[in-house]
Unconditional design. Sequence first.
Length: 235
Amino acid sequence: MVVAAACGLLALAACSPQDQNTPSPADAAKAQAQAEAAQANSQLQSYRQMLQAKNDGMASQLGEEIVKQFPNSDAAKEVQQTLPDVEQRWKETSEKQRLAALWTYQVGPMEGGTQSTASLFSKFPSGDRVVRLVLRRHTKWGQSVFMFGNGHGFVCKGNCVLQAQFDGKPHPLRAFLPTTGEPAIFIRDDKSFITTMEKAKRLTIDAEMQDGGKLTLVFEVGGYDPSKWTEVGKK
């Protein structure tokens, strides 16, 4: 009897303090909800700051995390009112930056004069068959537009016509080969070409190469910035 009584007292002593400190399921759920609400509100404050700073990239990332992690929160409801527009702006900005980065602008000495170029590589073909589109101004030679094939010359007899399209609209291009033998082909109407290109996003040109085969060249021209193509000498 003494042993049984002692065990009973020990069992009571062992479980009573734990029962008093362990929160009920309702209290635990309430505490978790409060913690999540505080975390969501903290991220919401950061989201608001990014909106105010017009940082659509960070705002998009923060907004997506809030909606994903706390879908039923007040913070998510507020974010969802502005997030679609923020994401659309960021998508457009990212695409503009990508297209702009495709172009290279250079100024330097070239055969007794100064040359200024704006150029970009073809999206197709790529690799060792890539073709470079070049807008050039030279103090002696003036302005010109040509494509350079990196060792793969073009087929063109006399004044040939290249079938081209700007954003899907046909725009035939008169062209000719340089007499100096470089693997290039020049566009005859350079001014008209540049004027049309400035308003376009995509240029395709059907060309025949000297090493065999016909290609449809594809250039993403939408990021061209005329202000970065420096004037040199005579126009």
